[in-house]
Design a protein around this ligand. Structure first.
Ligand SMILES: [Zn+2]
Length: 66
């Protein structure tokens, strides 16, 4: 189950929009975007590195949307 990269809440899959949506803050991700965040998050060698990579990816992803 995806966790919101923005606020840390569980995200639910919205079948109508084909996206994961955070019920807490409204943040939404497509499956593809989530799988990219997930792989960037879990490939690091230690916990801190994983966190940094996920944050870097998220920052890049958010800046891309503006
Ligand atoms: Zn959220």
């Amino acid at each position: 189950m995806p966790v919101c990269p923005d606020c840390g809440s569980i995200m639910k899959y919205d079948h109508r929009r084909s996206m994961y949506v955070c019920k807490n803050c409204g943040f939404s991700l497509t499956r593809e975007e989530w799988s990219r965040i997930k792989s960037s998050k879990f490939k690091g060698r230690d916990e801190e590195e994983k966190e940094d990579k996920a944050r870097e990816y998220l920052a890049w992803w958010l800046s891309r949307k503006k």
